[in-house]
Structure formats: structure tokens, C-alpha cells
Ligand binder design. Structure first.
Ligand code: ADP
Ligand code: MG
Length: 261
């Protein structure tokens, strides 16, 4: 039985695509059958971010009733399955978001987790991903406007019958994380399920079109993301098993450094 998580936010650029890709890759690396889907059908960029931009069949064709979902699934990093969206305006116009419900039925038997990257804001194509999710996860940045933003998205999700599991505070700095997470829990009543720090490695990995959890697995953002992934999968985070070991170069540098002290 598949568990569906939808990543949502009111405003764009909070890190929904980054979270979907990296949490999905982490879950796949934990051995879970995981698929990530770009439901931002108007502004597709999930495929683009991992080098899957030139694929013949996308979610557009599936939502237009022209192809089966099984023809739109591609092998992604770390063994995660990927359903990219198309980038043509015509493909977008022909897509019927309502078809997503039937598409999900076709995936239930073959997956443990489906992670849906939702469009920002309030739109027709944004509502279905909120409604079909077992859990909606809000992705917010640590700014005060984020509380209002998250509040709107939470209300929208609940109006359409979705269940909000909590929020991820992404791009947090040591100064901002505490205040925003307290406000989020008190004002919004949304549990903070994880805090991901601002980390330049996220951008470096993105420009290499590789998830940060694969490109820089020991970076602060990767560690935070893997912990959230373990929480979503309901497994205990075991540092020994789940943390990649230092490379030879890392160990070498540490030895030199110790020698100098
Ligand atoms: P959304 O899908 O919500 O529009 P993205 O995932 O595309 O947002 O992220 C927006 C930008 O922020 C991207 O350039 C991404 O690389 C960057 N970003 C996301 N998370 C982090 C982070 N923790 N640290 C630094 N940059 C980040
Ligand atoms: Mg996005």
C-alpha cells in the first residue's frame, strides 16, 4: 500500500522541489520503493533538476489520457522512480488534474511511498495534489511571512479534505530556526517535522543536477534531510547505518589536522 506525501507552500521558491527530490532519494536509499512526481504541471522543474528533461512521455500525456502512468516512470538517482512533468504550454492545457486520482490507483500496489511536488499557491492543478495526499507537508522558509503563507496553505489543504502532517523549515539559520519553529507550532498548530539549514551545497548539487544527499552526503542539509526521511518512513535514525562514512581524503585531513594540534 502506497503512502502519499504532498509538498506544498503558498509562495514559490521555498524548497518543495529540493525536498521532494532529496527526501525521495533518501527513502529509496533506505530500500523503500519510492516515486517522486512533478505535479507542478505548469512550471515543471523536477525532471530538469535531475537531468531528466528530455523524456518522451511525461505526466502531461498521462493527465491528458494519452499514456499510462507506467510509461511516464523513469529511473532516477539512488534508485528513486521519477514521474517528470512536461514543459510545453499545450501539454499543460490538455492536462486534467482530476485524472491524478485514477493515476494514483494504478500506483498503489507497486510503491511504498509517493512524494508529490505540488505547485505553489492556490490553483486548480494545485488542489488535487493536496486532496489526494495521505499527508500534506508544508515547506516554509524562516520568515514571518512564512507563517501567514503556511496558514493559507493549511486551510486550503483542509478545505479540500487533505491532512497536514506538519512543516519543514527550510533554509534555516541558527538565529531564525528557533523563533519560527515556535511560532509555527503555537500560531499555526502545525508540528515542525524538521529543520533544514541554509547550505550552499544544495545549490552546488542542483547545478550539477544531482541530489545533495548523493553529491554531498555528509553536508548539514543532507543529514537533516535523511533524518526527516527516516521520520516519514517511521524508521529509527541510526547514524552508524545511515550516515555515509568519511572518505579517505576526509580521514587524511583529520589526521593531519590532529597531528598539528
Ligand atoms: P520550490 O520548488 O519551492 O519553488 P526549490 O526547491 O526550487 O523551491 O528551491 C528554490 C531555490 O532555493 C533553489 O535554487 C534551491 O537550490 C535553493 N535551496 C533550496 N533549499 C536550500 C537550502 N537548504 N540551502 C540553500 N539553498 C536552498
Ligand atoms: Mg519547484
Amino acid at each position: 500500500m502506497v503512502r502519499v506525501f504532498t509538498f506544498a507552500s503558498g509562495k514559490g521558491g521555498t524548497g518543495k522541489t529540493t525536498m521532494t527530490i532529496n527526501l525521495g532519494t533518501s527513502l529509496a536509499k533506505f530500500g523503500k520503493r519510492t516515486c517522486i512526481m512533478d505535479a507542478d504541471i505548469g512550471m515543471a522543474n523536477l525532471g530538469l533538476s535531475i537531468g531528466l528533461e528530455d523524456v518522451p512521455v511525461t505526466l502531461h500525456e498521462v493527465l491528458a489520457g494519452k499514456a499510462s502512468i507506467h510509461d511516464a516512470i523513469y529511473e532516477g538517482p539512488g534508485g528513486v522512480q521519477v514521474v517528470p512533468s512536461g514543459i510545453s504550454l499545450q501539454g499543460f492545457q490538455q492536462s486534467d488534474p482530476e485524472r491524478l486520482r485514477d493515476v494514483l490507483k494504478d500506483l498503489t500496489a507497486t510503491l511504498d511511498f509517493l512524494l508529490i511536488d505540488a505547485p505553489a499557491g492556490i490553483s486548480r492543478d494545485g488542489v488535487v495534489p493536496l486532496a489526494v495526499a495521505d499527508d500534506v507537508i508544508l515547506v516554509v522558509n524562516p520568515e514571518l511571512s512564512a507563517i501567514v503563507d503556511a496558514m493559507k496553505t493549511k486551510i486550503l489543504a483542509e478545505v479540500v479534505g487533505g491532512h497536514v502532517r506538519g512543516a519543514i523549515i527550510n533554509r534555516a539559520t541558527p538565529e531564525s530556526a528557533g523563533t519560527v519553529s515556535q511560532k509555527m507550532e503555537k500560531v499555526l498548530g502545525a508540528r515542525v517535522i524538521g529543520i533544514v539549514p541554509e547550505d550552499q551545497n544544495v545549490k552546488k548539487a542542483a547545478s550539477a543536477k544531482v541530489p545533495v544527499v548523493i553529491k554531498y552526503p555528509t553536508s548539514s542539509s543532507s543529514v537533516a534531510i535523511r533524518k526527516i526521511a527516516a521520520g516519514l518512513a517511521g524508521i529509527t535514525y541510526d547514524k552508524e547505518v545511515m550516515e555515509p562514512k568519511d572518505t579517505f581524503i576526509d580521514r587524511f585531513t583529520k589526521v593531519i589536522f590532529r597531528g598539528k594540534k
